[in-house]
Design a protein around this ligand. Sequence first.
Ligand code: S3P
Length: 433
Amino acid sequence: MSTTTEERLIRPARNIVGSLRLPGDKSISHRYGMLAAFAAGTSRFTNFSTGADCASTLACMEALGAKVTKTAENAIEVTGVAGKVVPAGHPLDCGNSGSTMRMMSGLLAAQDGSFTLVGDESLSRRPMERVRKPLAEMGADVVLTEGHAPVTIHGRALKAVDYTTPVPSAQVKTCILLAGLQTEGTTTVREAIRTRDHSELALRAFGAKLTRTVDSVSIAGPQALHAIDAAVPGDISSAAFFLCAAALFPGSNLVLAQLGLNPTRAALLDVLTALGAHIAVLDLEEKNAELVGTVQITSPPEGLGSTTVSGGLAAQLIDELPVLAAIAPYTSGGIRIRDAKELRVKESDRIALVVKNLRAMGAEVEEFEDGVDVPGGQTLHGATIDSGGDHRIAMAFSVAGLRAEGETLIQGAESAGISFPEFFDLLDRVAER
Ligand code: S3P
């Protein structure tokens, strides 16, 4: 656990203008890194995520026998273990990364050997029963510590399962698919709300065969993976902070090139459009089955309107909800968020921290177990923000600070590095003052 915390001062801005190419998507980088490390051969990636989370995935896979080499700025080569990891002989440190811990649990449950997965203080509080349960149904030996990490896995041959996920979670879906990849028979994951499908697309890109229906995905194992070369699309969840910042100012004009626009990730563009922002998507193309394009956003002179995010939309937008809540006071009609209880078990209790920090800035906000009501038409003042060591809270309130009166001090600003180390520098580049 880090004991030093960095503070960042956010000064108000006039608008957001410029053109950026953002670092690689965190979700896709985790999957490309993990699958390449498991595959046979050497994969090459450009624009790989620069976040500490993906570095945790790579470090764990290196400890399990894969070879990772940095070849250029944000470019890596990964030589895989050809389907058979080497037990590390020490705990695998997943850092702050739930994706690393949950997805790797599935990968390792079907391998020979014993593995212990540990994480930082935040990750050690997060629920892991959601991966233990389906893996146990497959016959895996996974032991938790009161429902949390450390996760101890004694790998063995598993049996195929047909599993319906009780909470929408792409990490859990991936965990089961990675176990199914190595297991005789057909493993099926059913989900009531479709979560991000990067694993399905990545597994296919690495040569695996999967079948999909509207609400399920099946994999017949065992299957081998081969290496690939890929450019990772820009991270739309990182872009969310810039898109929301731009939407706040009628004078803004921001272009984000080579952005990942996978339909299971791009719901923010619809929500911002519903709020009144003007969004144009240019140069749409497909790379390894992922949609990539250039997005231009401008904001209407009359400002943003109002919207409700609930049901399946809340699950699809889960990582973008903190920043949407943070800009909500500046809309005319406010933003209502419901069906987002999962926010309480992310890197922090994101509902509690959104409410605490909005109130610190003088906003009126009502807290619900599964969301918030933030009225519009409010004027906020700069304040000291408690990020709770959560990257998305630190960045969300940096955006809120751009339109506040006075300066905003972000405590624990270094947490942005979990997904987006370049955040503050890039914000300074496009924020006109
Ligand atoms: C992720 C899935 C989501 C998301 C997280 C990344 C992924 O978590 O919040 O930031 O890459 O699969 P859940 O699977 O817990 O919903």
